[in-house]
Ligand binder design. Structure first.
Ligand SMILES: Cc1cc2nc3c(=O)[nH]c(=O)nc-3n(C[C@H](O)[C@H](O)[C@H](O)COP(=O)(O)OP(=O)(O)OC[C@H]3O[C@@H](n4cnc5c(N)ncnc54)[C@H](O)[C@@H]3O)c2cc1C
Length: 400
């Protein structure tokens, strides 16, 4: 079976490559190369987004009328693959992958005109206010309350794990507007400005010593009702639509292959007992086992892509790829730790900040491996924990 991409796409691939070659600056590339999480250093990620935006390529998956590229699914894959190979930093997903599609799906014409151009240009930086101290997997039990008061809501409560709230000027969030009926029925979807009086952001430092997450407190925060997306008490519909973009359609295999190839390069340079680590049978066996798993995942992802290309939804397969993609990612980072040996032991996050003048121990790529290993532990928790995904498969696929 020939699964290679047809020759008709070669000119497109060359166009993308040549654009990246001519526009991806060294300092932006460094942010991609040394990224230790799915988020790159934000100022450089935004700088790359602005470059792509000028070319009209910031949001390939959006409908063309709102600023998408009109590319088919193969072209979108080629674009992602070439960005990956060039070490371009990943773009911030909360704006382009989550909030934007949601406004396109449920926003009014005024809301689309106000927010979408600023999302594309990177002018607005969004964070996601869904989870609360008592509401994660069971999101519908959220308690942050928005009291109606004239043309405004007055919001009180706490959001937690809010990624990059410290850089965001906007938040999309879920609030409770009614305690009547089923928990899902009284939820409303709101957009708010992070500089509104009454909002406090407190850092949560991860096990990798990096500040990505936050707790956000709301104390009588006034939010205009005009900022509501969809109807009052119908936010669950909007939230589910958004989660489809967060959980579905994500491709793991290309990035995993890429990371594995980097591990091979590292292992070829490490000498253990007179041979390179790459020539060590035990190491190579682990490497090959992971490679086989990635190729299985790639087949499933290609099936999903083909279904999406035919206008279907990802369905429960998205839960399968979420579980496989994140669990293989964790194994890849474990193998990377083996490949760098003692360089993996010290945690040197300051030394790998893009532009840092701090001299660390070992090559920069090696310094990025321990924080990446630690950060990758969270992938099986966020975006719907893997246990919850297994529950979905049990019900939707196995009929249990
Ligand atoms: C790094 C990171 C970034 C995040 N970023 C954001 C963000 O930007 N915005 C945001 O809103 N949230 C964010 N989150 C929160 C994330 O969505 C929640 O952590 C996740 O939904 C799990 O919820 P919880 O932490 O409350 O754990 P719980 O839901 O309390 O789960 C605890 C454990 O119980 C298991 N469990 C729960 N329910 C079931 C079930 N029905 N069946 C089987 N097992 C179950 C879970 O799998 C888990 O192991 C982030 C989390 C992390 C770790």
């Amino acid at each position: 079976m020939d699964l290679s991409i047809g020759t008709e796409y070669e000119a497109f691939r060359e166009e993308v490559r040549s654009f990246i070659r001519g526009n991806l600056t060294d300092d932006i590339r460094e942010a991609g190369r040394l990224a230790t999480s799915v988020f790159a250093e934000p100022s450089r990620a935004i700088a790359w987004q602005k470059i792509l935006h000028k070319q009209g390529w910031a949001a390939p998956h959006w409908p063309e009328q709102y600023g998408g590229t009109g590319w088919d699914i193969v072209q979108r894959s080629i674009f992602s693959e070439e960005c990956l190979k060039a070490n371009a930093p990943p773009l911030i997903p909360m704006s382009l992958l989550m909030c934007g599609p949601c406004i396109i799906g449920y926003g009014t014409d005024e809301q689309k005109a106000e927010y979408l151009p600023r999302i594309l240009s990177g002018e607005d930086f969004w964070c996601q206010g869904y989870s609360e101290p008592g509401a994660g997997s069971d999101l519908a039990s959220l308690q942050t309350f928005a009291e109606s008061d004239g043309d405004d809501y007055v919001v009180n409560g706490t959001k937690i794990w809010t990624t990059y709230a410290q850089y965001s000027n906007k938040m999309f969030c879920l609030v409770r507007t009614s305690r009547e009926g089923k928990p899902q029925q009284g939820i409303t979807f709101l957009l708010l400005d992070m500089d509104t009086p009454g909002i406090t952001v407190e850092p949560i430092i991860g096990i990798d010593q990096v500040h990505e997450q936050n707790t956000v407190f709301f104390d009588n925060v006034r939010v205009p009702k005009a900022n509501r997306i969809g109807k009052e008490n119908d936010g669950w519909t909007v939230a589910k639509y958004l989660l489809m973009f967060e959980r579905g359609g994500q491709e793991y295999a290309p990035s995993l292959y890429f990371q594995l190839a980097n591990i091979k390069k590292l292992a070829e340079g490490v000498i253990v007992g007179g041979e390179t680590l790459w020539d060590n049978g035990f190491f190579k066996r682990k490497y090959c086992e992971i490679e086989i798993e990635i190729s299985g995942l790639a087949f499933t992802e290609n099936r999903i892509k083909s279904a999406l290309g035919n206008g279907q939804n990802p369905g429960p397969e998205a839960s399968m790829t979420k579980i496989l993609g994140t669990e293989i990612s964790q194994r890849v980072t474990e193998l990377a730790i083996e490949a760098v040996g003692e360089y993996g032991v010290p945690l040197q996050v300051d030394a790998i900040e893009p532009g840092s003048s701090i001299d660390g121990v070992g090559p920069k790529e090696a310094m990025a491996i321990m924080p990446k290993y630690l950060n990758t532990r969270a992938t099986s928790i966020y975006g719907g924990s893997n246990e919850v995904q297994r529950g979905i498969i049990a019900k939707a696929v196995l009929g249990l």
